[in-house]
Design a protein around this ligand. Structure first.
Ligand SMILES: *[C@@H]1O[C@H](CO)[C@@H](O)[C@H](O)[C@H]1NC(C)=O
Ligand SMILES: *[C@@H]1O[C@H](CO)[C@@H](O)[C@H](O)[C@H]1NC(C)=O
Ligand SMILES: *[C@@H]1O[C@H](CO)[C@@H](O)[C@H](O)[C@H]1NC(C)=O
Ligand SMILES: *[C@@H]1O[C@H](CO)[C@@H](O)[C@H](O)[C@H]1NC(C)=O
Ligand SMILES: *[C@@H]1O[C@H](CO)[C@@H](O)[C@H](O)[C@H]1NC(C)=O
Ligand SMILES: *[C@@H]1O[C@H](CO)[C@@H](O)[C@H](O)[C@H]1NC(C)=O
Length: 399
């Protein structure tokens, strides 16, 4: 069958629907950084700050993380070989958050796919702690409201207080939830990722289950509203859309970011819950949300898009690729496309559906304004300007 296909292809017979099949046009990869050390050390943690200083530092990427990026990048290089060749000579524009591990991830990745790149840093687009008062307020309100559902019962909280030395004070619910979230991450890293010798309570089955469910719930709910999505991933979605429309020479786009941003992105596109349901709880290290844009072979203006959640997981002692193709409910057009050298079929969103329906309420008109950042934030610049003017004035008066 396959042989027949190739034969006819090379003899260039007018072949099955080749005339209206799709060809890969460009790819955007929204990548999470590689494996890292914990970000948070709880008071009773035997692995304290001194320990982490001797092991790379809090929050820094591990060797395993760097290795995972290299393996992932090799996969991308092979998978998109033709596309990358077509954009040879391009100086790739790569955008990262300002966090070291995200920058380092993008560096290792681009080196491995062997492309020259210019790096831009943009936290508003790629980092959850970028100042956006409105988004922070919406999230905090939401956490307060959902607290009864998100927090484990009092018995368990007392037990955690006793074990960790963390106070988990009742006055600040948001802080309590964040602490719990950070603690879950730290315990998971020390126990599962770095295989460290940890206390018995950390490996206790009930504790593992409760902590992991809590973390999962917080992640799934924390920012899952259209308003927060608009403020936290709107600028990213706008950039992806605009690059694909306006910058046809660069066919491969890399955005280096964090788990939170990926989660909100998947939620904005209505794909997170389905991944969560099939137990692909996003986002794992070096996973990515991939936007593949195709165009109609005979009509380049006609574009289609599909989305992949791509992971590189430890399976049986090696790092393996696992792709999950996911499409919003609205996009169910089944079409033929060129998949490397073979023809395949798959479901796509039309570009119009993507830009007009999916992105409809997600692109901010004026991000700064919508964030309602307090004027306090502008003060330092204002003061600088005053000083500058003062200096200017004094200079004038001297001369
Ligand atoms: C591609 O464009 C051609 C010509 O406009 C059209 O006949 C065909 O149906 C299109 N194919 C797809 C998959 O949209
Ligand atoms: C990167 O740029 C340098 C200098 O312009 C060039 O010599 C080199 O071949 C480029 N490398 C790649 C992988 O494109
Ligand atoms: C409190 O939560 C823990 C951990 O999930 C559970 O084992 C325990 O049964 C719960 N206790 C009550 C009173 O619900
Ligand atoms: C934790 O609980 C144990 C047993 O109930 C108790 O002996 C110990 O003093 C408690 N530790 C702290 C720090 O409260
Ligand atoms: C793990 O830590 C405990 C408590 O500090 C210690 O008794 C035990 O020997 C350690 N086990 C290993 C394998 O290092
Ligand atoms: C991992 O190994 C187990 C046991 O050898 C095997 O059953 C399973 O299929 C392997 N998984 C993958 C993804 O290769």
């Amino acid at each position: 069958m396959l042989k027949l296909f190739f034969t006819s292809f090379f003899l260039s017979f007018p072949l099955i629907i080749v005339d209206c099949s799709l060809v890969l046009n460009s790819v955007s990869v929204i990548l999470r950084h590689g494996d890292r050390n914990p970000l948070y050390i709880y008071p009773n943690d035997p692995y304290d700050e001194t320990y982490w200083k001797q092991h790379g530092g809090v929050g820094t990427m591990t060797e395993q993380g760097k290795n995972r990026i290299k393996i992932a990048a090799k996969f991308y290089r092979q998978h998109y070989e033709m596309l990358l060749q077509e954009s040879d000579g391009t100086n790739y524009q790569v955008i990262t958050s300002t966090v070291n591990r995200a920058i380092e991830t993008a560096n290792i990745f681009m080196k491995e796919i062997n492309k020259n790149a210019t790096f831009q840093r943009n936290d508003n687009m790629l980092f959850m702690y970028a100042k956006c008062d409105k988004a922070t307020k919406l999230r905090d309100d939401r956490l307060n409201e959902l607290a009864p559902e998100l927090l484990p019962n009092n018995t368990f909280m007392d037990y955690l207080r006793n074990k960790t030395g963390d106070e988990f004070t009742d006055e600040d619910t948001v802080k309590k939830i964040r602490l719990l979230f950070d603690l879950a991450d730290t315990l998971k890293i020390e126990r599962d990722q770095l295989n460290m010798n940890v206390s018995d309570w950390i490996t206790d089955k009930e504790t593992v289950k409760t902590m992991s469910e809590t973390e999962r719930k917080i992640f799934a709910k924390m920012s899952n509203t259209p308003e927060i999505q608009r403020l936290r991933v709107g600028l990213l979605l706008k950039d992806i859309r605009d690059q694909m429309e306006k910058n046809p020479s660069q066919r491969f786009y890399l955005y280096s970011t964090h788990d939170f941003n990926q989660a909100v992105l998947l939620q904005a596109l209505d794909m997170y819950d389905r991944l969560d349901k099939i137990n692909q709880m996003p986002p794992t290290y070096v996973s990515s949300v991939v936007f593949e844009v195709f165009h109609n072979e005979t009509n380049e203006q006609e574009k289609w898009i599909r989305f992949i959640y791509r992971q590189f997981l430890d399976i049986n002692g090696t790092i393996m690729n696992l792709d999950e193709k996911i499409l919003p409910e609205k996009c169910q057009d089944e079409l033929e496309f060129h998949d490397g050298t073979v023809l395949n079929t798959g479901k796509f969103c039309s570009w119009q559906q993507f830009t007009n329906e999916l992105l409809k309420d997600l692109i901010p008109d004026n991000w700064d304004k919508e964030c309602q950042n307090s004027s306090f934030a502008n003060k330092p610049m204002w003061i600088t300007l005053m000083i500058f003017i003062t200096i200017l004035m004094s200079n004038f008066s001297i001369f």
